[in-house]
Design a binder for this molecule. Structure first.
Ligand code: SF4
Length: 259
């Protein structure tokens, strides 16, 4: 079984096509996965692997580890563009997410004031005022919307909460406002007899309608990059991604980045 990618709370820095030189923060356990989605393409594997035994890293430990790393990077004169919350699961599920963001901004201001703070989130916790308040304080909210068609998002992202709907999350993203960046995984494939393909005209039209409602400052399109837990998925090539991006840009006027 494919398992988690990150075995530390602070990882990197790594060079990311999307983000530059990025120091990663993993608020999930170092030996398991905790997520409110269970995406077919998740690089950390399926939720079935369990949350592990290490538990969520406590706030004080995240702060200590992050400060140690930032201090040593500063002393060594290492470059840094961004501190990115991603890892083996959904960072906003950590019960101290807001406090950890506050600590991170304080440490950023102390050691690398020009560095940005980004959170990669699956958008499922935008119903929580504390999560939204924390997200509004950071530089880059990179929020997932993989399909605006309810049946497709349920096959592709497999939300844990049975009450999840595409309509509801699109409404929450629209309420969150224009400072967000929407990230959309584009792929085709099949899993357990269900076909999935968010490249069709119907899918792109639905995404265009959703992006018009949300009014993000940018849309990021990408496809599979690493091994995925569902094996019958097809990567969409760069040329096809670019043609989808042009169509979205022409329809909405929103800047669309392809990675
Ligand atoms: S939201 Fe992210 S961490 Fe969660 S299952 Fe999907 S890809 Fe994995």
């Amino acid at each position: 079984m494919q398992t988690v990618l990150f075995h530390e709370t602070i990882f990197g820095p790594i060079h990311s096509r999307r983000l530059g030189t990025s120091l990663g923060v993993n608020l999930s356990p170092a030996d398991g996965k905790v997520c409110s989605f269970d995406c077919l393409y998740c690089e950390a594997g399926f939720n079935a692997q369990g949350p592990g035994k290490a538990g969520l890293p406590p706030r004080h430990e995240v702060k200590r580890l992050l400060e140690d790393k930032l201090r040593s990077m500063k002393q060594a004169g290492e470059p840094l563009d961004v501190i990115t919350f991603s890892g083996n699961g959904e960072p906003t599920m950590h019960p101290d997410f807001e406090g950890i963001i506050n600590d991170t901004l304080e440490l950023r201001d102390t050691y690398f004031p020009a560095v940005e703070v980004s959170v990669l989130s699956n958008s499922t916790r935008l119903d929580r005022p504390d999560v939204c308040a924390a997200l509004r304080r950071i530089d880059n909210n990179i929020l997932k919307l993989d399909s605006a068609v309810d049946a497709t998002i349920k096959i592709l992202d497999r939300p844990v909460n049975p009450a999840f709907t595409a309509e509801r999350v699109i409404g929450q993203l629209a309420d969150f406002g224009q400072q967000c960046i929407i990230q959309t995984m584009i792929l085709k494939g099949e899993y357990e007899g269900n076909k999935v393909d968010n490249t069709t005209d119907e899918e792109i039209d639905a995404l265009i309608a959703a992006y018009r409602r949300i009014k993000p400052r940018k849309v990021m399109l990408y496809s599979i990059d690493r091994r995925t837990p569902a094996t019958n998925l097809v990567k969409i090539d760069l040329e096809h991604l670019r043609s989808i991006a042009s169509r979205i840009n022409e329809a909405t006027g929103i800047h669309v980045q392809v990675n």
